[in-house]
Design a protein around this ligand. Structure first.
Ligand code: DSN
Length: 434
């Protein structure tokens, strides 16, 4: 008999998992980078595939017994390519940060210059922040938004790129609510001889369904996470629509220039990762299959409509939204616009108060913030998760009403408790996992 039969159930951990399930089901989830996966995605993520080592790629592994995981990984690759119209994909990165690091390893030498969107204006940690490997091993320079408009000025991006001549130009953000001009960015990259990488982690699902500009024709390399709007398991991927010979003169043992795809594959394994997580790759394959469906298209359309309805509801209540609105699934709210009514309201206070009412958001710096990242003047909210629960535009208005009531009454526990009660009851109308 297997020694596993005598393993005792770990009730400590399963009780905590049940508590977390209850937390997710009874509250309003507005963290822009979160979503809820389907049951089948979670089932694959918790499957026997976690037992398998499979270093290498389908058909070219360093371990025996990979016939089944080869098929699974190939399906994940094929579905992902179909979803984004890519011709090459690597589905092994354990996260978006890993995907980006693999790209850097493939395209850069230590000390090379990279140019990304400023973290404090809505960019991402892995695009050159000094506390991340991208800022420690490479030389980062940044572009940002304009103080008056909250928008990126492409002419200024060009000026900076021409002056600094980065080797890699990175576009993409974690808190920018507007679309990107990929064609313009490619012309800038070409002008300075840079490669252009798009990190579409946040809006990937909307891009896949044609609801935002398509980066693939313009960007040499595209990375994304799989768990935000894309609604898959936590993880990352790297893609290209057009493969090309690497411009760095790196050759095969036979003296041929290596393709960019082969450098990127090596950047993932053995460059920055060991064995791929085949259970997560199976879950990714399922999520990509789901995202290819018409039902997912309708979902993505609703995510965008809900974001627009939510932005309008915030503006109607006097909250300032950076750039004035949203094109995607998220928005960044500058709480200082409410300070007349609510002096001292910071992102930290808002986050800590809203959680008492079971509304989950994250504090976020706004561009040119006068407060630290641990305090902040803003909050970031997104509609991917609440849309998965089946909410529509009118529900967004109700959510903003709740948020406003809690923030206006942030020192009144009884009022906040009453809102929490209402929310917990309301959320029963949007069951997640029956
Ligand atoms: N930290 C994630 C986010 O919340 O946007 C991105 O990696």
């Amino acid at each position: 008999m297997s020694t596993l039969t005598s393993v005792e159930r770990d009730t400590t951990i399963f009780d905590l998992i049940n508590r977390e399930k209850h937390r997710q089901e009874s509250g309003i989830e507005l963290i822009a980078s979160e979503n809820f996966t389907s049951r089948q995605v979670m089932e694959a993520a918790g499957s026997v595939l976690t037992n398998k080592y499979a270093e290498g790629l389908p058909g070219k592994r360093y371990y025996g017994g990979c016939e089944v995981v080869d098929e699974i990984e190939q399906i994940a690759i094929d579905r992902l390519k179909e979803l984004f119209g890519a011709t090459w994909a690597n589905v092994q990165p354990h996260s978006g940060a890993q995907a980006n690091t693999a790209v850097f390893l493939a395209c850069l030498n230590p000390g090379d210059k990279i140019m990304g969107f400023n973290l404090s204006h809505g960019g991402h940690l892995t695009h050159g922040s000094p506390v991340n490997i991208s800022g420690k091993y490479f030389k980062p320079i940044f572009y940002g938004v304009e103080a008056e408009t909250g928008l990126i000025d492409w002419d200024k991006v060009e000026e900076t790129a021409v002056r600094e001549r980065p080797k890699l130009l990175i576009c993409g953000a974690s808190a920018y609510s507007r679309d990107w001009d990929y064609a313009r960015l490619r012309s800038i990259a070409d002008q300075v001889g840079a490669l252009l990488m798009a990190d579409i982690a946040h809006p990937a699902g909307l891009i896949a369904k044609g609801l935002l500009n398509d980066p693939f024709d313009h960007c040499h390399i595209v990375t994304t996470t799989t768990h935000k709007t894309l609604r898959g398991p936590r993880g990352g991927v790297i893609m290209m629509r057009n493969d090309f010979e690497n411009p760095f003169g790196i050759t095969t043992p036979k003296g041929q220039l290596r393709t960019m795809s082969s450098l990127l594959d090596s950047g993932v394994f053995p460059g920055t990762q060991g064995g791929p997580l085949e259970h997560i790759i199976a879950a990714k394959a399922i999520a990509f299959g789901e995202a290819l469906s018409e039902g997912y298209y309708n979902y993505a359309v609703q995510v965008k409509k809900n974001a627009q309805a939510m932005a309008k509801a915030f503006v109607d209540k006097g909250y300032g939204i950076i750039s004035g609105g949203t094109d995607n699934h998220l928005m960044l709210i500058d709480l200082r616009t409410k300070n007349g009514q609510n002096p001292g309201l910071t992102g930290k206070l808002a986050e800590n108060t809203l959680i008492k009412a079971d509304i989950t958001i994250n504090k976020n710096m706004v561009p040119f913030d006068d407060k630290s990242p641990m305090i902040t003047s803003g909050i970031r909210v997104g509609t991917a998760a609440v849309t998965t629960r089946g909410m529509v535009e009118t529900d967004m208005e109700r959510i903003v009403d709740f948020i406003d009531t809690v923030l206006v009454n942030h020192d009144q526990d009884a009022k906040i408790a009453a809102v929490k009660g209402e929310i917990n009851n309301w959320m029963k109308q949007f069951p997640l996992y029956l």
